[in-house]
Design a binder for this molecule. Sequence first.
Ligand SMILES: NC(=O)c1ccc[n+]([C@@H]2O[C@H](COP(=O)([O-])OP(=O)(O)OC[C@H]3O[C@@H](n4cnc5c(N)ncnc54)[C@H](OP(=O)(O)O)[C@@H]3O)[C@@H](O)[C@H]2O)c1
Length: 265
Amino acid sequence: MNYQGKTIWITGASSGIGEAFTRAFYKEGANLILSSRRQEVLEEVRNSLGEDTSNVKIIALDLMDGDSFPEKTKEALAAFGQIDVLINNGGVSQRSTVMESEMSTFRRLMEINYFGAVGLTKEVLPHMVDRKSGHIIVTSSVAGKIGTKFRSGYAGSKHAVQGFFNSLRQEMYEHNVAVTLLCPGFIKTDISKNALTGDGSKFDKMGDAHSNAMTADEMVAKVMPKIKAQKEEIYVTGFKEKLALWVQRFSPTLLNKILKNQKVT
Ligand SMILES: NC(=O)c1ccc[n+]([C@@H]2O[C@H](COP(=O)([O-])OP(=O)(O)OC[C@H]3O[C@@H](n4cnc5c(N)ncnc54)[C@H](OP(=O)(O)O)[C@@H]3O)[C@@H](O)[C@H]2O)c1
């Protein structure tokens, strides 16, 4: 896939993995639409890209606000006349047990991570189906496959993402719209600092697993060839997460026994 002149809409572009995708697709010569809540940070990201950013449009949006998606999508389509790739990447994690988490925290995780991706995808799909071309990417997680302590609501939202986008893929084959589930393990971003605690406040700490993980730029460099090949599911993990996925496939019971005694950060 050659992205020169193609339009890529990236949510969560103000930080971490989304920002790294922004840099990578800018280098590919794509038109970019950058979204997240913080307009001023998106502008900083745009300014850091290079001299000419006439191919980069910012559309601030809150993934909690599904009612705004039709208007935001109109704006996105008007920017460059088409959307070739939608990267549903914006998201938030969790650091709290089920017992200490308020229902509002679980709902927020679902609203941002699941309904945000579902809602925006639903707005963009008719355009891709009309053109018989498009690629929907969603940043799921290893947590979309494996549940661990302190991540119940997060893992729930990412498992839901897996189910929805696997089903969508089945419906989209005949329309030539590809669907990719991207499943990273620990990546060194602000995800841990921005994670929600039980009452919905920010965790504000960097866990060891994230501090010692690969950077978002390293991650994106690894996955770009697979994204270009429109792979249906992409894993990008450290050794421990790879091993956990492997053990789960052959013995979920054994994995549960191992995880039970793990320090989760
Ligand atoms: N880092 C990891 O270890 C890891 C592993 C697996 C999966 N992931 C997934 O990767 C994705 C990106 O995370 P990251 O690691 O890059 O974390 P991050 O650095 O915290 O970035 C999260 C991004 O999501 C945006 N966002 C959060 N809430 C939003 C909302 N309500 N509306 C719109 N945008 C919102 C943030 O922008 P604003 O604050 O400007 O809105 C930010 O750009 C997430 O879906 C995450 O679940 C991360």
